[in-house]
Write a protein that binds this ligand. Structure first.
Ligand SMILES: Nc1ncnc2c1ncn2[C@@H]1O[C@H](COP(=O)(O)OP(=O)(O)OP(=O)(O)O)[C@@H](O)[C@H]1O
Length: 720
C-alpha cells in the first residue's frame, strides 16, 4: 500500500487500520497520528504509510546493493583455461584474417592502381587549391560585391603574400621530389624502385577510393549486433501484447524501471528491468519469439531470465551478439588435464553468456530427454567422462542404440554393453538387479556405522574413500533408455528397479543417469520421471514430452524446450542445478577427444587400482539363469490347482531372491500385475481365484497350474 489514506470514522476500532497498513510499521493511536481533514465535517484522516526507519538505513541499502554487484573480473578471465582458450581463439582469428587478406593482395593492388589516377587528380587539385589560396576566394568576392575597397585591398594583399609563400613551398617540394625521383631511378635497386612505385600508387589509390567503397574485402561478415538501449527494450516489451506492459509504456503509464544501467555482459548486452506490478519475468519469457522479433534479433540471441531472488517481476534480459548455437564453445576444462571428485560438480557446459555450468552428480540422478539427434548422447558422454576421471567411481554403462557413441567409456567401465538386442537389454537389467541388491548392502554398512562416523546416514567423501566399506560412488548410465522401459519382457522390472534405485540410491552413493529420445508415459515410467532431480531437456516436440523431462508444469511456467530451433544442437534447459532453470549448451567432445580423455581416466584408475569388470576383460555381465515357468511349477506343487499371483511372487522370491526379490518388494496389486505381464508372452492367462481366508471368501487374480504346465512346451523363449 503506498501513500493511500484510510478514513477512520469516529469510534471505528484502531484494529481496522492496523490490519490495513504495511506489515511491520506500528500505527500511532488516533490522537497521535498525523491527521488531515479535507472537510470540516469529515472524520479525521490518518496517513497509513508512516516513515519507516529502514528508509534511512544506509547500511541496509548498501547491503541490498551488494547483492546485485557485477563481476569486477570478466567471466572469461577467471579461469586460466578459459582465458587461454580466448587468447588462442583471438590468435587463430587474426591469423585467419591475415591469411585471407594476404591471398587477396594482388586484387587489392589492382584495385588501388585503378583508383590511383583519380587519387592523383585529387592530390594535384588539393595542392593547386592550397598554393593559390582558392578557399579565400568567396570572401574576397564578397568584399568586392559589397564595394568595401579597404577590406578588399587588405584581403588581396594578404592573398598575394600567402600565394607567394606557398608557391615557394610547393615549387621547392616539387623540385625536391623530382630530384629524389631521378636519384632513386639512378641509384636505388630495382626492387626498392618498384616498392616505392607500389607505395605511391597505393597511396594515390587510397586517396582516390570513393567514400562508399572499400579497398579490402571483409574476411568475416560482421554480426549486425545493435547496441541495446532502453528505448529498444521498451519498444520490444510494448510489442509483446501484455496489457499491463502496454499500459506502463503507453501514454500516461507509469513507465518501466531499469534498476541498473544497460551494460555489456560477456558477448552481449544485459538489461535489468523491473516489470510493472503484477507482470512476471515468466510472462515475458513465454513470449521470447515475439521479443526477438521486436528486437530484430535471431531467437538464439534473445534470452529473458527471471531474477526471482530479487522478486518475480525482475527481468534480466540478455541479448547476445551471436546466436547461441553459433557462438564459440570453450574447451571442456578437463580435456587435457585434471581429475574429478564426484562429490564436486562436474563441468558440463556453458550458458548463453559463455559462463561455465557444472552439474553436481552426487546425491542426485539425472534424466536427459530430447528428440533424436539433438545431443543427448554427447551430453551424457561429458558427464560420464567426468565420472570416469574420478578413479574411485564404478561405472556401469549401457548404450541401447548400438552406435557405439559411448564406446570410449568401455575401457574404464565395470559393466559396458552396446546394442538394441535383447541380450543387451537383459545385461542391463541384470546389472540393475545387482545395483539394487548392492543398495541393501550399502544401507546395512551405513546403518552399522557409529553415529560420529556417519552422522547424516549417507555416504560422505571420507566414507567413500574407505575401500573396505564399498561405499564408493556407483554411476549407472543407460542411453536410449526407452528401449529398456518399453521392452516386452524386461520393461516392467527395469522400471521398478530404476524407480527403487532413484528413490533410495541417492544417499547411498548410487547415481543413475538416463537418456531417452521418447520421453512419453509408455517409455518413461512416472516413478522415474517424477523422482529424478537433475533434468536436461534438449529440443522436444510438445508440451507432454517437455513436462515429462522437465517436470509437471514446466511448460506452463515458461520452461519450454519446444522453442529450441533445429540448429540448437547440444542446447537445452537444465533444471535442478540452481534455483532457476538454465539454458545450457553441453561441452562438445568428439569421439577421438573422448577416447583420449578415457585413456587418461584409465591411467588414473590403473594407478589407483580401481579398474574392474569389463575394463579388465571380464565377461560383461553374467546373467543369472532361471526358467520362470519351471520355477512357478516348483513353487506351486502338483496338488495346488489354483493360486493367487501375489502368493506365487512371494514364493518365487523365497526360491530365488536374487532374481525375484525386487518383484516381491511391491504391494500385492503390483505383484499381481507384474506376474500377469511376465506370463503374457507365454500365453498363460490370469483369472479370478477364490480362496477362503479367516473364514471369509476372497476373490483375487491368480493362475491355474494346469495353464502353466500347458505353456511349457509352447515357451516362446527360454529366459536365461
Ligand atoms: N554441445 C554440442 N555442440 C554442438 N553440436 C553438438 C553438441 N552436442 C551434440 N552435437 C551434435 O549433435 C549431433 C547429435 O548428437 P547425439 O548423437 O548426442 O544426439 P542424440 O540426441 O543422442 O541422437 P539419437 O537420439 O539419434 O541418439 C552430434 O553429431 C553433434 O554433431
Amino acid at each position: 500500500m503506498t501513500a493511500a489514506e484510510i478514513e477512520i470514522t469516529p469510534g471505528s476500532p484502531q484494529g481496522v487500520v492496523e490490519e490495513l497498513v504495511d506489515d511491520h510499521e506500528t500505527v500511532p493511536t488516533a490522537p497521535e497520528a498525523e491527521t488531515v481533514s479535507d472537510d470540516l465535517s469529515a472524520s479525521p484522516v490518518v496517513l497509513v504509510d508512516q516513515p519507516s526507519p529502514a528508509d534511512h538505513d544506509w547500511l541496509t541499502e548498501i547491503e541490498e546493493r551488494t547483492k546485485n554487484r557485477l563481476p569486477i573480473v570478466p567471466v572469461w578471465l577467471r579461469s586460466k583455461a578459459e582465458a587461454l582458450a580466448v587468447m588462442g581463439w583471438l590468435v587463430n582469428h587474426y591469423a585467419y584474417v591475415g591469411a585471407y587478406h594476404l591471398t587477396r593482395s594482388p586484387k587489392y593492388l589492382g584495385r588501388l592502381a585503378a583508383r590511383s589516377p583519380r587519387g592523383a587528380g585529387k592530390a594535384v587539385k588539393a595542392v593547386v587549391s592550397w598554393t593559390f589560396d582558392t578557399e579565400g576566394r568567396p570572401v574576397r568576392k564578397l568584399a568586392a560585391a559589397g564595394r568595401d575597397a579597404e577590406q578588399y585591398l587588405k584581403l588581396s594583399k594578404a592573398h598575394d603574400v600567402r600565394v607567394r609563400n606557398r608557391l615557394i613551398v610547393s615549387v621547392s617540394a616539387a623540385v625536391v621530389l623530382a630530384l629524389g625521383a631521378v636519384l632513386a631511378m639512378e641509384t636505388a635497386p630495382t626492387y626498392s624502385q618498384w616498392a616505392a612505385l607500389a607505395g605511391l600508387v597505393s597511396l594515390l589509390g587510397a586517396v582516390g577510393t570513393p567514400a562508399d567503397k572499400r579497398v579490402f574485402d571483409r574476411a568475416v561478415i560482421p554480426t549486425q549486433a545493435q547496441k541495446l538501449t532502453s528505448d529498444l527494450v521498451l519498444r520490444a516489451l510494448g510489442a509483446l501484447g501484455i496489457a499491463e506492459l502496454n499500459k506502463a509504456v503507453g501514454k500516461g503509464g507509469d513507465g518501466i524501471n531499469f534498476p541498473a544501467p544497460i551494460t555489456r555482459d560477456g558477448p552481449g548486452w544485459r538489461a535489468d528491468v523491473d516489470l510493472p506490478f503484477g507482470v512476471t519475468a515468466t510472462d515475458v519469457m513465454d513470449k521470447r519469439a515475439r521479443l526477438a522479433s521486436a528486437l530484430r534479433r535471431p531467437l538464439g540471441c534473445v534470452w529473458p531470465e527471471p531474477a526471482a531472488h530479487i522478486h518475480p517481476g525482475r527481468l534480466v534480459l540478455w541479448v547476445g551478439d551471436q546466436d547461441m548455437n553459433k557462438a564459440r564453445q570453450p574447451l571442456w576444462p578437463m580435456t587435457r588435464t585434471g581429475q574429478v571428485d564426484l562429490f564436486q560438480p562436474i563441468p558440463f557446459g556453458t550458458d548463453q553468456r559463455g559462463r561455465m555450468v557444472s552439474v553436481p552428480l552426487m546425491y542426485r540422478n539425472l534424466l536427459i530427454g530430447a528428440m533424436p539427434g539433438f545431443g543427448k548422447t554427447f551430453a551424457l558422454r561429458v558427464l560420464l567422462l567426468g565420472a570416469a576421471l574420478d578413479p574411485s567411481a564404478e561405472l556401469r554403462v549401457f548404450e541401447l542404440k548400438g552406435t557405439g557413441d559411448l564406446k570410449p567409456l568401455a575401457k574404464v567401465s565395470h559393466h559396458y554393453a552396446s546394442g538394441a538386442k535383447d541380450s543387451t537389454i537383459e545385461a542391463c537389467v541384470v546389472s540393475l538387479r545387482e545395483v539394487y541388491r548392492d543398495l541393501e548392502r550399502r544401507a546395512d554398512v551405513i546403518d552399522g556405522l557409529p553415529e560420529d562416523v556417519c552422522p547424516e546416514n549417507k555416504v560422505t567423501p571420507e566414507l567413500a574413500a574407505q575401500k573396505a566399506l564399498g561405499l564408493h560412488p556407483l554411476v549407472f548410465a543407460a542411453d536410449e533408455v526407452q528401449e529398456l522401459f518399453s521392452h516386452e519382457e524386461f520393461g516392467e522390472e527395469a522400471a521398478k528397479l530404476c524407480t527403487a534405485i532413484i528413490k533410495r540410491g541417492r544417499a547411498l552413493g548410487v547415481i543413475l543417469l538416463l537418456a531417452t529420445q521418447r520421453p512419453d508415459k509408455d517409455s518413461m515410467p512416472t516413478g522415474v520421471s517424477a523422482n529424478v532431480l537433475v533434468r536436461f531437456c534438449l529440443k522436444v516436440a510438445g508440451q507432454v514430452e517437455n513436462d515429462m523431462v522437465l517436470g509437471t508444469s514446466a511448460y506452463r511456467n515458461g520452461i519450454r524446450a519446444t522453442t529450441f530451433t533445429d540448429q540448437d544442437l547440444g542446447i537445452g534447459y537444465l533444471l535442478g542445478v540452481s534455483t532457476e532453470a538454465r539454458i545450457v549448451r553441453s561441452y562438445y567432445l568428439d569421439n577421438p577427444t573422448s577416447g583420449r580423455i578415457a585413456d587418461r581416466a584409465r591411467a588414473l584408475r590403473e594407478a589407483a587400482g580401481t579398474l574392474s569388470g569389463y575394463a579388465v576383460g571380464q565377461v560383461p555381465v553374467e546373467p543369472v539363469s532361471y526358467d520362470l515357468l519351471a520355477d512357478i511349477l516348483t513353487v506351486v506343487p502338483a496338488g495346488e490347482d489354483k493360486v493367487w499371483n501375489s502368493v506365487v511372487v512371494d514364493r518365487l522370491a523365497e526360491l530365488r531372491p536374487e532374481v525375484y526379490g525386487p518383484w516381491a518388494d511391491q504391494a500385492d496389486e503390483a505383484k499381481t500385475a507384474h506376474l500377469t505381464a511376465v506370463l503374457k508372452p507365454y500365453g498363460v492367462k490370469v483369472g479370478q481365484v477364490y480362496r477362503t481366508v479367516d473364514g471369509r471368501g476372497v476373490n483375487r487374480r491368480g493362475i491355474t497350474r494346469g495353464d502353466v504346465v500347458e505353456a511349457v512346451p509352447k515357451k516362446i523363449r527360454r529366459v536365461r
